[in-house]
Write a protein that binds this ligand. Sequence first.
Ligand SMILES: *Cc1c(COP(=O)(O)O)cnc(C)c1O
Length: 379
Amino acid sequence: MSKIWLSLAHMGGAELDFVHSAFDTNWVVPLGPNVDGFESDLSEWFGKKSGHEVHVVALSSGTSAVHLALVMLGVSKGDEVICQSFTFSASANPIAYQGATPVFVDSEPGTWNMDPDLLEEAIEDRIKKTGKAPKAIIPVHLYGTPARMNDILEIASRYGIPIVEDAAEAMGSTYDGRYCGTFGKFGVMSFNGNKMITTSGGGALICRTEEEARKVKFYATQAREPFPWYQHEHIGYNYRLSNVSAGIGRGQMMVVDEHIAHHRHVHALYKDLLAGVEGITVTEPENPVANEPNYWLSTILVDSEVTGFTNLELTKRLADAQIESRPLWKPMHLQPVFANAPKYVSEVSESLFRRGLCIPSGPMVSDDDVKRIVQVIKG
Ligand SMILES: *Cc1c(COP(=O)(O)O)cnc(C)c1O
C-alpha cells in the first residue's frame, strides 16, 4: 500500500527547463534571469486580482518575508507587534528577531482567523498599558481561509497601524474578489515544499510600490550602498532567492491555477464523502463576503463524545494505514517559548487545536486516495 502524504510538491514539467537554463548560462547564483522572470510572473498574477499596483520581491523563505516587512516598518526593540495566535511560528518569530514583543490575539470561530473584537481590545489595552500603539498587525489566512479583512483593515486604519498580511498558506484564495496577500501594506508568500507552489524553499514579499520593492531588495542583499567598494550604512540580510530555485518557481507558475483547482476539488470530495458521518465535520469557513478559500489543507474536527475517539487517536489510525495527518497549529500563546508574551484570547483556537486534524490535500492526492482516507476515518 502506497503512503499518502499530507501535502506533497507537484511539478508541472517546465521546472527542469528553467533550472537547466540557469546551468546553461552559468547563473547558478542568487539573482539572475529566473529571479527576474519569477518576480514578473508573480507581480502579473497577483496584479490581476488586487485593485492596486503589485511589486513582488522573491526571497529565500516566507519567514524572511515576514522579517523584512517588519524591518521596512521600522519595528525595533521596545516595540510591540500584534500577531494572530493561531498560526505557524514563522508568523511570530521575526518579531523576536527585531527585539520587539509579540502580542497574541485569538481567532473567531467563523474563519479561524484574527478576531476583530479581540484585536480592537488588544490595541486599546496596549495603548493604555504602554502609552503607544503597536507597530504592526499580522493577521493570517490559516489553511487558506481568508481572515475578516474588511473589519481588520477598518480597525487598523482607525488606529493608523500597518498590516503585514501573512498569506503564506493562501496563494489563490480570494476575499471580496481580491487575492489574499494584496490587502496589507505588505503581503507574505511562502514557496516551501508543502505550500500551494514550491521553489523547494522560498518566499516572497508583495509590495505596493516600486520604491518599496527596491528597498526590500536592498535589505535582502546585505544593504549594499551604490559605491565602487562594499559600503554599508544599514544592517542587511542575505535573503534573496537563488536563480536555480526561481527556475522551479517559473515552472510552478505555469500550473498554479491547476494546483488551486485541485485543492478545491479534493476538499469538495471530502465534504461529499464525509457528509453524514457522525462526529466528523469537514470544516467550511463562514462566508462574510464573497470569499473563495484555496483549501491549502483540508481540515476536519473530531467530536470525541460522538465518535468515541480523539483527533490524536485518529492520527494514529491513519498512520497505521499509511496516511499522514497532523493536528492543527498549536496556538502561539500556548507555546512555551512565548509564555511571557501579552495575549488577548478566548477559547477558540485552543478548542480547535484540541479537536482538529489536517488531512492529505493537494495535486498529488487522487480521488481514490480520498476514498481510501474516508474509509479509514469511518473506521
Ligand atoms: C509556511 C508559513 C510561513 C513561512 O514560510 P517558510 O517559507 O517556511 O519560511 C509563514 N506563515 C505561515 C502561516 C506559514 O504556514
